[in-house]
Ligand binder design. Structure first.
Ligand code: GLP
Length: 260
């Protein structure tokens, strides 16, 4: 894995956005894997800025979101359908017809999950997947003990995740108990992974993901099995890494031709 430690959130967004921009420039009809949460917002801000400046065109890119709550109306502002539309599709100028979010309202959940996997395959797979990380090490909504080979499916949210996300709802009880999420096996199939994290609240999860054993106890540790994963974090999120100096040295000495 490549670990990039940067001074602040804006810089995290700028460098991670450059990885995405490189893919969009090379393959303007490719597929982006989209994450919700606060962590990737700096990426979307930077990409929207570059799109507005005419440097990037997202109009032919496909998008596949990682996850969605089960049973939450898509008109609810915190449904991931609404969040993706508000924070990604509109600001980047993507075609809403080309942006997919897992179906949290399906009558037949397993069939809807299988259809989502098939849609990703039909699009030729995901070229670059954006990821945040939960304080418990989840990616997408793959909570600890998720199978490392899992595909899109229903999951039960942990009380910790529901509490973390309660700030977006009227009350803690209003946070749905279930979600549908791309699996860890689905995420591993993306050609490139870019995980971003900011702040000390993520430091423990980042240390476990990057330097701990590959384990379903920290779902993000599955990135260690991917051939092209980049972790872009600020100093707070890096504060529990043992080998931080080596990662800084590697980034500072990265050959220019190797970026991004
Ligand atoms: C959410 C999302 C994840 C996200 C994580 C962290 O619940 N399902 O995709 O990475 O939790 O969120 P944040 O970036 O707001 O800390």
């Amino acid at each position: 894995m490549e670990i990039v430690i940067l001074p602040d959130s804006a810089e995290v967004g700028r460098v991670a956005a450059s990885v995405i921009a490189d893919v969009v420039a090379r393959k303007p009809d490719g597929a982006l894997g989209l994450a919700t949460g606060s962590s990737p917002l700096a990426i979307y801000d930077e990409l929207a800025r570059r799109a507005a400046a005419g440097e990037l065109d997202f109009s032919r890119m496909r998008g596949f979101a990682l996850d969605e709550y089960v049973g939450l109306d898509y008109a609810h502002p915190e449904s991931y359908h609404a969040v993706i539309d508000r924070t990604v599709t509109k600001p980047l100028g993507m075609d809403p017809e080309l942006v997919s979010v897992p179906d949290g309202l399906a009558q037949d959940v397993p069939a809807a999950c299988a259809a989502y996997e098939a849609a990703i395959d039909a699009a030729g797979g995901i070229d670059v997947q954006i990821l945040g990380i939960g304080a418990n090490g989840h990616i997408g909504f793959n909570e600890p003990t998720s199978s490392l080979a899992s595909r899109t499916r229903i999951k039960t949210l942990t009380p910790k995740t529901r509490a973390d996300n309660a700030r977006f709802f009227d009350s803690p009880e209003a946070v749905p108990t279930h979600c549908v999420t791309q699996g860890l096996g689905t995420i591993l199939r993306a050609r490139r992974l870019v995980l971003v994290a900011q702040g000390e609240a993520k430091a423990e999860a980042i240390a476990a993901a990057v330097e701990g054993p590959v384990s379903a106890s920290c779902p993000a540790s599955v990135l260690q099995l991917h051939e092209h994963a980049t972790v872009v974090i600020d100093e707070g999120a890096a504060s529990r890494l043992h080998n931080a100096d080596y990662y800084r040295y590697t980034w500072a000495n990265k050959p220019e031709w190797q970026r991004y």
